[in-house]
Design a protein around this ligand. Structure first.
Ligand SMILES: [Cu+2]
Length: 465
């Protein structure tokens, strides 16, 4: 077993592996298993052989090296239980490929002949469906329909040509609910064979996944249908998702695949993007329009392109606010506007550890020193340069810098705002409140309310002040 980092340092090893013929009866002819045990973002895998392409970067992930065997690109995927650090202090027991969930990104070039060996080290059968690909029916990976399941301990071979370029995914199509709930999935990019007008400077790959892991535990509940409590990008949750670090004026692409059980409106701050590709391949230039949010529905892929022409640390996240939170019980009543200090005092006399939550909103959650079970990330967290970011789940940043070197994907740290460009506190006098007189000018005058609106008051609890 070799880690990718070690692999990269042994330059040219992929091409150095001796070409062998494929044997159906022995493991001797199998390509080396390349294994990854870290959740770090690995540098782009520059193709050591075959047709050249501009490689992608998979945040908190990596691309799978291959060997050339008589003109065929051979990959070796191993389906197996893995340990995935989803964020600092929180490691989940998942299933994945070659040491991690998601599995490594597979990159090929349109027209490549591809052979993928899939070894099953799971306790049950599996298969791999190559989501979105044009391929012979018997290579499509649906257990029972296109092939028998791959039994535990066995290796199957998939062979097809990468017929069109675009963004794809791979995932099991056997006991799918369990295996995808456990984290089995990966990205696939087929690069165009010829130069296109769509070339970019930086190209990122993100797979959306949802897990249901109770605070204090480590294994997903696989029977969950809708109520997942961890929303992940490449099986990481904020603040564990690496930022997308780019150089000012780079053309940037982000490929997003959704293998969760709900849709995710993905939102970028400070820029407009176009959807340059979907499940079916690149969109026609005349069909594109500028957006700042695009919905990625279940089973879909979206490829967004933008010019990173505004410096700063720009939030990039799912716009469902409960998808930018980490696990917690959701059966908590809304207490905004309720002053229950007296009640709390009475309860504290009985239960010393009792904690009143969220009477001023939920932001307290990010700051309070609440005791958490082991192996648990706070619901809202993440330290930014101005305090807690109060986020979790599907949240990251695009960091745009003038001095980010070309081809350098490392984190430049927090943005240093030019003087006078940060929102600041007003400290002058406040004007008197005036009722708006617009209602009288409206063609549909509003009904005049007899009473002033009143704040919610809770009998008993509000007496104390
Ligand atoms: Cu979402």
């Amino acid at each position: 077993m070799t880690s990718r980092r070690k692999f990269l340092s042994q330059a040219g090893i992929a091409s150095a592996v001796a070409a062998t013929t494929v044997s159906k009866s022995t493991l001797a002819g199998l390509p080396e298993i390349v294994h990854q045990d870290s959740a770090d973002t690995m540098p782009p895998l520059v193709p050591p052989n075959g047709r050249h392409y501009h490689p992608v970067v998979t945040p908190n992930g990596w691309s799978l090296p291959w060997r050339m065997n008589k003109g065929v690109k051979e990959f070796h995927l191993v389906a197996e239980p893995v340990l995935r650090e989803m964020a600092e202090d929180f490691t989940a027991h998942l299933w994945g490929y070659n040491g991690q969930s998601p599995g490594p990104t597979i990159e090929v070039v349109e027209g490549d002949k591809v052979r993928i060996f899939v070894t099953n080290r799971l306790p049950e059968h599996t298969s791999v469906h190559w989501h979105g690909q044009r391929l012979p029916n018997g290579m499509d990976g649906v257990t029972g329909l296109n092939q028998p399941g791959i039994p535990s301990g066995k290796t199957f071979v998939y062979e097809f040509s990468a017929r069109r370029h675009g963004t794809f995914m791979y995932h099991p199509h056997g006991d799918e609910m369990t295996q995808m709930a456990m984290g089995m999935m990966g990205s696939w990019v087929t690069h165009p064979k010829e130069h296109t007008h769509d070339e970019v400077d930086r190209d990122f790959c993100i797979l959306l996944s949802g897990f249901d892991i109770d605070p204090g535990s480590a294994t997903p509940k696989v029977m969950t249908m809708l109520d997942f409590n961890l929303w992940a990008w490449n099986s990481r949750i904020f603040p564990g998702i690496d930022s997308l670090n780019v150089r000012h004026n780079d053309k940037v692409r982000v490929r997003i695949g959704n293998l969760t059980m709900t849709n995710h409106p993905i939102h970028l701050h400070g820029h407009e993007f176009v959807v340059s590709g979907t499940d079916g391949g690149p969109t026609k230039p005349e069909s594109r329009w500028p957006e700042v949010t695009t919905d990625v529905a279940v089973g879909q892929m979206r490829q967004i392109d933008f010019l990173a022409d505004e410096e700063g640390d720009w939030a990039f996240h799912c716009h469902k606010s409960h998808h930018t939170m980490n696990a917690m019980g959701h059966d908590v009543p809304t207490l905004i506007g309720v002053d229950h200090r007296d009640v709390a005092k009475q309860i504290t006399d009985l239960i010393p550890d009792y904690m009143v939550m969220s009477e001023r909103g939920m932001a307290d959650m990010a700051e309070m020193e609440m005791p958490l079970p082991d192996n648990t990330v706070p619901m809202m967290t993440g330290e930014g340069p101005f305090g807690s970011v109060e986020m979790g789940g599907m949240f990251s940043m695009v960091k745009v810098r003038k001095d980010q070197p070309k081809g350098d994907y490392s984190d430049p740290g927090w943005f240093k705002h030019p003087e006078g460009t940060v929102a600041f506190e007003y400290d002058g006098p406040m004007p008197d409140i005036k009722r708006s007189s617009n209602a009288g000018n409206s063609s549909m005058p509003r009904a005049v309310k007899a009473e002033e609106p009143t704040m919610v008051k809770v009998t008993g609890a509000a007496k104390g002040h």
